[in-house]
Design a protein. Sequence first.
Lengths: 272, 341, 555
Amino acid sequence: MSATNQTVQDHGQHHHHKDLAHHFDTLEQQHDANTLGMWAFLLTEVLFFGGLFAAYTIYRYKYSAMFEEASNHLDITLGATNTVILILSSLTMALAVRCSQTGQAVWTGRWLLITIFFGLMFLGVKYFEWKHDYNIRLMPGKDWAGKDFFWWQYAKKAKEMEKHDKGHSHALPDPKDVLPDNHPSLGIKGIQESQQARLFFLLYFCMTSLHALHMLVGFVLIGIIAYFAYQGAYSPDYYSPVENIGLYWHFVDIVWIFLFPLLYLLGAHMGH
Amino acid sequence: MFEEFKWFPDQASTVAPEVDMLTLFIVVVTVLITIMVGVLTVGFAVAFRRKSESYVPAPWFGCVPLEIFWTLIPVLICLVMFSWGVKVYSSIVVPPADALDIYAVGRQWMWKIQHPEGQREINALHVPIGRPVKVTLTSEDVIHCFSIPAFRVKQDVVPGRYTSMWFQATKAGTYNLFCSEYCGTEHSRMIGKVIVMEEADYQKWLSEGAESGQALQGRKLYTKLQCVTCHTGNAEAKAPNLEGIYRKHIPVSLIDGMKVKDGTKVFADDAYIRESILYPNAKVAAGWESIMPTYQGLVTEEELLQVIAYIKSLNQGQTPPRTEETPTPATIQNNPTKEVK
Amino acid sequence: MATVSLESRPYEKVSDHDSSHESVNYLNHDHSILSWLLTLDHKRIGLLYLVTITLMFLLGGALAGAVRLELLTPKGDLLAADTYNKAFTAHGIIMLFFFLIPSIPAVMGNFVLPLMIGAKDVAFPRLNLLSYYLYFAGSVIALTALLLGGVDTGWTFYTPFSSTYSNSYVVVMAVGLFVVGFSSILTGLNFVVTVHRMRCPGLTWFRLPLFIWAIYATSVVQLLGTPVIAVTLGLLGVERTLGVGIFDPRLGGDPILFQHLFWFYSHPAVYIMILPSLGLISEVISTFSKKTVFGYHIIAFSSIAIAVFGFIVWAHHMFTTGISPYAAMVFSLLTFSVAIPSGIKVFSWLATMYGGSISFDTPMIYAFGFLGLFTIGGLTGLFLSTLGTDIHLHDTYFIVAHFHYIMVGGAIMGYMAGVHFWWPKITGRLYSEFWGKLSAGITFIGFNFTFFPQFILGYLGMPRRYYEYPDEFQVLNVFSTAGASILAIGYLMPMFYMPLSFFFGEKANSNPYGATTLDWTDTTSPPSPHNFEKTPVVTEEPYNFHGKEAAVVSH
């Protein structure tokens, strides 16, 4: 590096606030840029999920009956629990932002860690839910591509058994019990139904896993910011990283607030 | 290579002159604008070329009347093109009621065409001159596009649904038939010929080698596929009587499994019959249970067209009785869907 | 733009305006490889893009050459059918996603955006570098897909062909495009925030150069459109890997839904390619005519209007799919609405030239070429927005000719004008005017020779994406292929004289064309690492060629 460049850098250190990047003039400008950047990013995210929501809306309209029936295979209790957990995590995130603005560094860090804790709880619940979905073969996959009939009959049978045992039994139906009906063409009807149901579950898995991916990214970012918070990096002068991760986290929550009714509550009025 | 060359495509349908007139109009307008822009660009470049390095011309920030002028004029031109375009478009998309029905199925990489009289052809389409022809299209695999440049018409051929196009040929001759939607390796070999014939020649062609009517084929399928078991057309029927329903408005009670209000009607066209065979629950006729199985995967697109042709031709009291030749339901395969590639 | 200095700025005087060859600048302050690969300097990142997209352009051009050679004869004698299909697919994908979309925004935008608004850098320099590496990674993945055996779906990836029937590397390519899409989104985000928050004191919105307006409009489109294609390609990948029918009707999906989602991005993507060019041409025409741009506000708003209208016309790609005739009429009418702001721009440029003092430097020659080709490209769009004629022309060579006039004739001519325009700023050297003008002329002639016959071919009915065709189309195809060889010479020439000028060219002063924007008036050629010695302060509207005193009089 040439000497002249060194001089420029030295200047930056002497005259600038420690948190001010070299290319900004004031802390306020930097804060505004960061906030606007996050909002612009969230706008992109809205359209990112928007593509999936558009696909969902179209097929929900096209195959409304099957979408409602398929929706009944999801566990509303788990979904609702997760909704509550996520709303709590939004509260703790808001408290973290508040503490960073008032300069309570330690509490900023603590609230951030509690937010991660709630987030992990959410994913824990989600993990068991997905595992269950996998067991009763709701997860769409190539293995079942030629066996549409069997797939959906199996899922229906599993649901029936579960209802019968009031959820205590975790036994799965024997594949032999769900052999095709005697009526030959019911199988064809089954194919059509299962294609539509599978479209629902595909959208369910795409949307919830994209949401979960956003949470995982969130954990990493919150963790880093919590570390810096404990280091005392943030002050009432400079707290935009905390504020921005807050915006991000609230966005992730809001997506779930849309996903929950669209996916879980869809068929609830059918009295299942 | 020069002997076949031509500057202008054949003009062989009733809509072709309409499209060409509209094209001519747009060509004239756009060529005039292009010449104007070109002349002004070159003219200004020459007239206002830099004569002195120190000269700085006076700024011209804008001129509202001029800007309104060059906004409004294009708006007007666009509106004329739009309206004229819609007029021509409506002649392209709305077929006359008395059109001759022809069916075409696209697949990688050929066109299979069926005439109502039973003639079948591949990559060739014989049509009579001076009669409107409606082609109903579907695909067995990917999206294709049925394009006849000499007629100035084209229509995408989409798997899983019917689309249609119509034309009325005006000039005898042989014209290109292209697939113009990219459909894979041999896309450029999915071409054929449209042969426009005088009415008498067409009748002669029809009578040569026709195996049996399309509807007759459909009649066989009607019993073979067990349609006749429920749609018996008499008092024991478990399903509605199909006699004379074609192009009638029929009342329905369920749409996609949802109850609809009394008196809701659907139009029983080709698409509706097709849908009812493949997705029986889509629109269930009022007064009947939703018990019909789907035939998705059990009939080919060609067979489907034959059944539809038969249902179209089915008049009062013509439903065939069940016979001993009719195969038993057990022979129908359980799971005919093909493996996904 | 005349400026005054703020005394309190902490920057050392690192260089002198008129002795730039001896000063420290962004090119020579550090020569190590790492200082280039890990640079956070927007100017160096711009150059990284320049080099990478030039390589992609050469590859895409070579593929175009293969396609044109095959089409020389009616029979498929040079390439096998599958090879041909993969060649035009690769040509489309590379040229659109890896050359045109990043061309002006990522190269010119990165280099001049901060310079033009008096900023030291873009708002998020690290994100900017990340954008570049995402672009690079996306390119590597896409090239991997090509090396593995290629993709034969066409750049449009229409389902169910791409989702079920194609036996090529669709998923790998989709991943590549997904990654490069994020590069595009992050660049757009960076530029939006930069324009909003990094303008120097006094630089109000209506004092922004028109290029900035165009880049801003483009960035908004990138931000809003790209995520939709990303998720669409994601769904396509899921359908291919899991065999679940999202778009394949045999499995319960809807193939037309794919087209809606695809064009919701890909139509606005056309404006990502052409809008920056439109802004750039305003700069060039104004500078070389020594006149302020006629109708500044209207041109600025027309960029925004084109960006907005771009989002509501997508279904005009689908008039023949059997969509409702009423929907077709609405989309036809909306499509005409894009024509109006485009027309206004062309007329305003003519009015800018009127009464000017026009010099014929290379960028201006390219701009003249742009004017002609963009006009033809835009006007032929009228045939396609008109429903009655679109049915006949859809999916024929008419479409191919039309969009090449816009994207090659418009966007690339604009890009070439930009590269030549800012070359002295980027390198501090002047290229040979003789070779520059010659290449502009050859490009213009070769381009028309290549693509004009295709309009006629299209009207005659030759479908696109055919590797064999009926004999009657051969004459025009021969013309087209002959023209393509001329065009190739036009494009290859700058690849020689531009790099040569970098080493041997005459030294450029800080403002060789007498331009008025901050990038010329307030920086050295090449600029110092931190762009400005003192943060500029803007006191007037752009394009005042009279200097400060005269401006006061004229207001």
